[in-house]
Design a protein around this ligand. Structure first.
Ligand code: NAD
Length: 435
């Protein structure tokens, strides 16, 4: 089911087929793919279920031909390729060439290596911009007009001053009519699509979205995530998934309404006892907040809120999204690992619980992209791209607005404290006046 206009696209949840029950896309022709980035998102890691190459292998079977793997860290690229070539999926990788950058591939490519899809999983600081060296999307559009794109989230992490550049990239992609999907895979969760279905079938108007992302900080050893100058901070890098889901249900955000507060690393309540990185080597102004809490108005009048917390130890995160409408609450719990949906409806004070044990949003995301590229579905409405580049730019804009609002309110508090201290000092120094 798809919806035009302001309504965001959705998919019948029962069409989201798990990987082991899906049928390999039929056909004998090779499906050429280029991977940009040989890191965790592309080839998997212990930290989570992501691994795009694995999903492409299942979706395309023997048709998959990875013609190039582009990564300046060529040793890492060669190591992951070797592992693939030592496995049963060797046919997809035996002719894969490693390149340091897109230009090298363009100059060395033979006509039969022309890709049908380019999957970009490089760090966001190298993309989403119009600046040379960080403009991979524009370079791809130039060299491969018509190729389908998959771009990981967030679409960029450059300075705030470049936000409009990202919208320029979105326009270039849409002007070129390129198929483009951005990696907000939580939109493809069966639970999320069931929430959408309940809202649409009952013609509900969302009144509030309440999102929470509490990470297990002890397990985060990636230095970039602790350094705002490298990752743009936890809201833009990780919380982005929940800001995006909030927008998916709440609609467009009135950016001028965003207000936020933070608990910072140098406040008493922000001290953490189990840090696994050396925070002292990060410049104080780039250390990440322990709590960021934001509220905003949607254009519809509904209210959104999001709280990001760096407080839990161990390994499991605690993440939730609640959506309220007249008579209804839809609560999504643990969407990354084991999604559970609690639904309360009119006429019953108790929640119904739904579980989705074999759901794989990473596969559904890839599967929908390929089906759209191949355009083979009998029902043309069936395959959908749920996150476009332009839509993802708006999520990026919201996350920047939250960061800036929290930093502004922190500054206001620091200034007020300073002014109060100065006033006390001035009063102490003032000559005593006789009563
Ligand atoms: N959707 C999800 O749940 C999810 C999960 C993990 C990562 N991600 C996203 O995927 C992206 C990559 O993250 P990761 O964990 O794979 O990082 P990573 O550090 O493991 O891998 C990134 C790779 O990109 C390479 N690289 C650096 N500059 C490059 C360039 N200019 N061109 C090509 N390759 C380049 C690096 O050498 C490295 O091998 C990030 O945007 C991250 O947010 C998303």
């Amino acid at each position: 089911m798809s919806h035009a206009g302001s309504r965001r696209p959705s998919i019948d949840p029962w069409r989201l087929i798990p990987m082991d029950k899906s049928v390999v896309v039929p056909g004998n022709d090779d499906f050429n793919v280029v991977f940009v980035g040989a890191g965790n998102i592309m080839f998997g890691s212990d930290e989570g279920p992501w691994n795009h190459s694995f999903r492409f292998e299942h979706k395309l079977g023997p048709r998959l031909k990875v013609v190039a793997l582009i990564d300046p860290a060529t040793d890492r690229a060669r190591a992951v390729l070797k592992a693939k070539c030592d496995s049963f999926v060797v046919s997809a990788y035996k002719d894969t060439r490693v390149y340091k950058n897109l230009d090298d591939f363009v100059h060395n490519m033979t006509p039969n290596q022309r890709p049908r899809a380019i999957i970009v999983g490089s760090p966001p600081m190298f993309r989403g911009s119009t600046k040379p060296g960080r403009d991979i999307e524009l370079q791809i559009l130039k060299h491969f007009p018509g190729v389908a794109l998959f771009i990981e989230k967030p679409i960029a992490t450059g300075p705030f001053s470049e936000l409009q550049d990202a919208f320029g990239v979105a326009k270039a992609i849409s002007d070129a009519k390129a198929v483009c999907s951005v990696g907000y895979m939580l939109r493809y969760l069966k639970a999320v699509q069931m929430m959408k279905q309940i809202i649409e079938e009952n013609n509900l108007t969302v009144m509030a979205t309440i999102a929470r992302y509490a990470c297990a900080y002890e397990a985060i050893a990636k230095p970039d995530w602790w350094d705002k100058s490298r990752s743009a901070g936890p809201i833009i890098e990780q919380g982005t998934h929940f800001c995006d889901l909030s927008r998916y249900f709440g609609g467009e955000v009135d950016i001028s309404s965003v207000s936020a507060h933070s608990l910072e690393w140098d406040e008493n309540a922000g001290k953490l006892s189990k840090l696994n990185i050396d925070e002292s080597i990060i410049a104080p102004e780039n250390r990440i907040p322990r709590v960021t809490s934001a509220t905003w108005k949607y254009d519809s009048g509904a209210v959104g809120s999001f709280t990001h917390v760096v407080a839990l130890q161990g390994t499991n995160y605690s993440c939730e999204l609640e959506v309220f409408a007249d008579g209804y609450s839809l609560k999504l719990v643990n969407p990354y690992v084991q999604p559970v949906l609690y639904v309360r409806k009119p006429g019953d004070d108790h929640e119904q619980t739904y579980r989705f044990p074999d759901d794989d949003p990473f596969f559904s995301e890839v599967s929908n992209l390929i089906d759209v590229v191949e355009d083979i579905e009998e029902d043309p409405e069936a395959a959908q791209i749920l996150s476009t580049f332009e839509d993802a730019c708006r999520t990026y804009e919201l996350t920047w607005a939250i960061r800036l609002a929290s930093e502004a309110s922190r500054q206001k508090r620091i200034d007020a404290n300073k002014a109060a201290a100065a006033a006390v000092e001035a009063e102490a120094e003032a000559p005593a006046t006789a009563a």
